[in-house]
Design a binder for this molecule. Sequence first.
Ligand code: UD1
Length: 366
Amino acid sequence: MLAPIVHVLGARPNFVKAAPVIDALRAARYPQSVVHTGQHYDERLSDVFFAQLGLPEPDVNLGIGSGSHAEQTAAAMVGLEREFLARSPGLVVVYGDVNSTLAAALVAAKLHLPVAHVEAGLRSFDETMPEEINRRLTDQLCELLFTTSPEAVGHLVNEGVDLARVHFVGNPMIDTLLANLDRFDTERVRRDQALPDRYAVATLHRPANVDDPEVASTLVRALHEVAASADVVIPVHPRGRATLEAAGLSRDPRVHVREPLSYVEFVALVRGAAAVITDSGGVQEETTVLGVPCLTLRPNTERPITISHGTNRLVTYQELVPAARKAIEEPLTEADAPERPPLWDGRAGARIASVIAAWMERDVLR
Ligand code: UD1
């Protein structure tokens, strides 16, 4: 009897990445369980995603909730240690770069449990981002590293990771997107959200953009200017809501402030948008595949492939308004569409499952 594969999930983007991996391992009949740390706990950031993506109910939710980085990481570690000791996993699988990811990798490594990291090797080289610290440290602790792009393999090798552990498999977040294409009904969601034909979507939640009231105020002014070219819909992450509202976000009637949307509603809106303004990692990837112009309000990205093979562009607050106006007024044509990044073909989950299967069998025979 094989020891179970335990997937550790904590925050919204983890759910989107894990769905195709869990699905492929389920098809291969591997025993698996899901531990939800509870980092994201609002129904709209968590439950809705489990339901829409067909994820199994978590076997346990540790309910760690919000807190400082130390509080959140420590609470996750204490709960995960207890779970790993009780479940004796054959492999722990972690996703992305959130605090729950690092907590799980650290606990597993100290218990001598092998860890697999889905979305390994991405680097922004910006140590002011907590995610960069989470990624670097997680990758050092893993037995299996699954990358979404060739340059991620290079970063891992540069950091001394044994190439035999690294597997370039493509992008499971894009598996989820391609598997759900038929469900993205842009017209319906546009009508439900009371938006005109031409609109832009904005999503902003990074501390660098939404924590400081002065920065938030510059950002809100820029969004109001963009709204002079096309209505802007902004599903607001709870993190930034108070600061952005205090800066007058909803004062402009062409800026439509909404609660966080479900996965299917959100991607449907992005698909029909004239432009997307974001600081999210996943949205840079989704717009790349959907061919929607993406303006990323960050000085760097750990996903440069979305610039070289996609529609993404990094912008400052000053550059945002002219860039958005251009994207809205001069729509991309088919001829502008860049070639999709290699292996972003909807089969990453299956590739990950087959590497894990081979690795598990090898472990049994050893
Ligand atoms: C986290 C990840 C970030 C990821 C994002 C996706 C880290 C360090 N950050 O950021 O990389 O891009 O998730 O959404 O792990 N809150 C709620 N309800 C919730 C969750 C959070 O109201 O269900 C509010 C709380 O005020 C909380 C704040 O949002 O303090 C921040 O939540 P947290 O999980 O710490 O980080 P995110 O900003 O969501």
